[in-house]
Design a protein around this ligand. Sequence first.
Ligand SMILES: [Zn+2]
Length: 180
Amino acid sequence: MLKIYDDSSKTLHEICDNVSLPLSKEDEVVLLKMLDYLKKSQDEEYAEKHHMRSGVGLAAPQIGIKKRMFVIYYQDENNEIIQYALVNPKIIANSTKLCALEGGEGCLSVNEDKKGFVYRYYKITMKAFDLLKNKEITFTATGYKAIVLQHELDHLNGILYYDRINKNNPFERKNNSELI
Ligand SMILES: [Zn+2]
C-alpha cells in the first residue's frame, strides 16, 4: 500500500522535476500503483478496511516522489470512466471564464477540509504524455474535469488547493465565473 504524505511534508510544497521520456520501467510502475490506489480508494469496503480516504486524483509528490506526474480516476455523471496517467503535463490554452466547486475542494494530503471557493479555469487544453495511451496527447477539459486536472497540476508546482482560497473572503464571488 502506498504511503500518502500530508501537507506537513516538504515535498508537497516544492516544484517537481521533469520526467525523462521514454518513461523508465520504475516510473511506469509508480504510475500504475498510484492508479490502483485511486481505484481501491473508491471501493467503499476496501477503503474502510484499509482506512483510506476516497480520491479522484493523486500526484507523485503526495507519495514522496518529486516528479511531474499524476493520475486521475473517476466515473463521471454519464458513468464514463475518466482515467489518465500523465507525465510532464502542461496547460497550453485556457478560458478566461473561471469555475469553482460549490462545496469546495478536498485533497488526500490535507487531513481537514478547508472551506472556501478555489477558482480555476473553466476550460483548459492540456498536453502530456499519457502512460495509459502510451503516447503524447493533447485534450480539452471543462468544468469538474478541468478542476481535477488543475488541482493535480498544482501539486507538481508545490501548490495546495487552500493556497488559492481568498483568506479574507473565502466565499467571494468572482465575475465571469461559475459554481459547479
Ligand atoms: Zn490534492
